[in-house]
Design a binder for this molecule. Structure first.
Ligand SMILES: [Zn+2]
Length: 248
């Protein structure tokens, strides 16, 4: 068994943040197992049994691996969501002033991520609450504010470690939409014709590349240069190191 995020609060200390075993004395299903753990089913959005999305009536046998996710933790609604028909949240973020590089990585993966250099704690909390964005922060006091219902504390100070942590913690793998969003301003990218006369391209780039994208907001132009390939390799590597719950 493993219970993620807020579901830990229902468990005894030694079962939090780690795998644990539950002996099945009799035939049982997911609903009865959850009841035995003392977790209200209303707190659970996604159940995975051996990595596959399951309903509460799924029968269990010895050796099955069960992962429970609270509403906040459910992610890939297309493949995982079973208990509720409507997704209760989207994977949109607002990052605090210390997480600029992380914000750019998230945009690179296609996630709608707000970031400003110095918005102030009040503004961050308000944006998170009113826009339904998950607040990413290294500041526990900020995340503890009553108004912040969706927040994630980021343990590392290194941007790539932060990204790996976030992707694994929220199981974002199936949600990557790389290179659909401007890493500088969070705007969406649109494909543009190479021949577009207003494309501000260096001559060698115009010769070497065929596909271009432009940010709908800041008009920055992107192409798949060497920087793209390094980032793409990093993204693919992230996707390859998928978490346990995704296997099986
Ligand atoms: Zn832009």
């Amino acid at each position: 068994m493993r219970c993620y995020a807020e579901l830990s609060y229902y468990l005894s200390e030694e079962r939090r943040q780690r795998d644990f075993s539950v002996a099945l004395r009799d035939a049982t299903n997911v609903a009865r197992l959850i009841d035995r753990l003392g977790i209200p089913t209303s707190a659970i959005e996604v159940v995975l049994v051996n990595g596959a999305s399951s309903g509460l009536d799924r029968e269990l046998k010895e050796g099955d691996r069960v992962s429970l996710y609270p509403m906040f933790e459910s992610v890939d609604v297309s493949s995982l969501l079973r208990l509720r028909t409507q997704p209760l949240r989207s994977m949109r973020f607002v990052a605090d002033a210390h997480l600029g590089r992380l914000a750019r990585y998230l945009r690179l993966l296609g996630f709608d991520t707000l970031f400003e250099n110095d918005p102030g704690d009040d503004a961050l909390a308000q944006i998170s609450a009113h826009e339904g964005r998950i607040l990413l922060s290294r500041d526990r006091d900020l995340l503890a504010r009553r108004i912040v219902t969706h927040g994630l504390w980021i343990p590392s100070v290194r941007p790539r470690e932060q990204l790996v942590y976030l992707v694994e913690r929220l199981e974002l793998f199936g949600l990557f939409r790389p290179f659909t969003r401007c890493t500088v301003c969070n705007g969406l990218l649109s494909k543009v014709a190479k021949a577009a006369p207003d494309l501000p391209l260096p001559p060698r780039v115009r010769v070497a590349f065929d596909s271009f994208w432009r940010c709908d907001i800041c008009r920055r132009v992107y192409w798949q240069g060497s920087h793209y390939h390094r980032l793409r390799a990093f993204v693919d590597q992230l996707g390859a190191g998928r978490g346990e719950a995704d296997r099986g």
